[in-house]
Design a binder for this molecule. Structure first.
Ligand SMILES: [Zn+2]
Length: 390
């Protein structure tokens, strides 16, 4: 009898996961994403309120992907400087507020973790205003306070430009700047801490990262960063940085961008990746309900891409796995970078594919609690700690 029980258990654990197994976990979990650039698309005339055929997200697709909390990136194009950059950031915040006001049943803005009960109970998406790149404040403390007043709750100190108070990973990696935080930068960190604003370390240079770690009293937070041990890129975090995030009680949200995930990208593979993206879109169109036949074809597609050495959802899971091994499952989350990237891994092509990531984590052997944490629980814990210690 025991033998047949063991055989039964083996069969169950090696059987392909069915939709029934991973969907309840995904839909009951709080799913949070640390970084989405759709507002940039909106500012360029793109659509977010109805279903779009381009890009990686919009209100209907957020719902379909089971998303609960989205950090919306306020990103200012490089050519905007001085007051133009500041005005662009404010207009971007206003555009998100206008979208939320027009779609109260789909999106509401959150300024504190305590807003979640109200927003999530109705099945709505909670939007958090998150700055990507502090250059637009032009080194002014009063502008940090103004952004806070307007609802901003995550502040990325740099994008790919250094300021005179913080250095970015790109400039530190090329030696363009000496790197680190100036005294002004350190005072901004203390101000953000006192306001209870998340200090986003993604894009920050390593020296500046360590300066924040030494000067902030809050858990460390990186909204969209992968691991340097798997892909040596200046945007990724070293194992020492991952350990520091864990030690602080913080969270690293894993980026999905193939360029940060795998190191073998070349022109030929990029071309193949684009072909796979088209194939994935056609597959979803053919199987809108994504039943068993879809899963079979999906698995075949991912396996075919893997065979060719093309970046897939499994490569993203490998980065999650690595971060978990170094930092612990309580310190890892998701930071898609959707709508800010021009390529996506096969099988993780837009926000509606997030349930497939839950399926992949289950297949990898993660427990339901670990998966709930990675999907969003860890982010929410960190946000709570930052607000309560503010
Ligand atoms: Zn970014």
């Amino acid at each position: 009898m025991y033998r047949s029980l063991i055989i039964l258990i083996l069969c169950v654990s090696y059987a392909p996961l069915s939709a029934q197994q991973y969907l309840p976990l995904h839909s009951s979990a709080i799913v949070a994403d640390g970084h989405n650039d759709i507002l940039w698309r909106v500012m360029s005339g793109g659509e977010m309120e109805s279903r779009a055929t381009t890009g990686h997200s919009d209100l209907p697709r957020f719902r379909e992907g089971g998303m609960d909390i989205q950090l919306f990136s306020i990103w200012v194009p490089s050519e905007k400087t001085g007051d133009d950059a500041w005005q662009f950031a404010l207009d971007e915040i206003d555009s998100l507020k206008a979208i939320a006001a027009r779609n109260p049943a789909a999106l509401q803005l959150a300024t504190k973790p305590g807003d979640m009960d109200r927003i999530l109970s109705g099945g709505k998406l909670a939007g958090v205003i998150a700055l990507e790149g502090g250059r637009c404040i032009d080194g002014r403390r009063d502008r940090i306070l103004e952004l806070y007043r307007r609802g901003l709750r995550s502040f990325g100190l740099t994008w790919n430009h250094s300021s005179d108070w913080a250095s970015c990973s790109k400039d530190e990696s090329t030696g363009k700047v000496k790197g680190g935080l100036s005294e002004k930068g350190k005072s901004f960190v203390r101000l953000l801490d006192s306001l209870g604003v998340l200090i986003d370390l993604s894009h920050l240079g390593e020296r500046a990262f360590w300066d924040v770690a030494a000067n902030s009293s809050h858990p460390l937070f990186a909204s969209h960063s992968a691991s340097k041990a798997l892909r040596d890129h200046h945007r990724n975090l070293t194992d020492a940085q991952l350990r520091a995030v864990a030690k602080s009680g913080g969270v690293v949200m894993t980026n999905f961008f193939p360029g940060f995930i795998v190191s073998n990208m070349n022109e030929k593979r990029v071309k193949r990746l684009r072909e796979f993206e088209k194939k994935a879109a056609a597959l979803k169109k053919k199987h809108p309900k994504r039943g068993k036949d879809y899963m079979k074809e999906y698995d075949r597609m991912v396996a075919a891409a893997k065979k060719e050495g093309i970046c897939t959802i499994d490569d993203v899971v490998a980065h999650i796995d690595h971060a978990v091994r170094i930092a612990g499952a309580e310190h890892v989350g998701l930071g898609s970078d959707f709508d800010g990237i021009n390529l996506t891994p096969v099988g993780l092509n837009d926000v509606t594919d997030l349930p497939m990531l839950t399926r992949s984590l289950m297949k990898k052997g993660y427990s339901a609690d670990q998966i709930r944490g990675i999907l969003g629980g860890n982010f929410l814990r960190v946000w709570r700690a930052v607000v309560e210690n503010g």
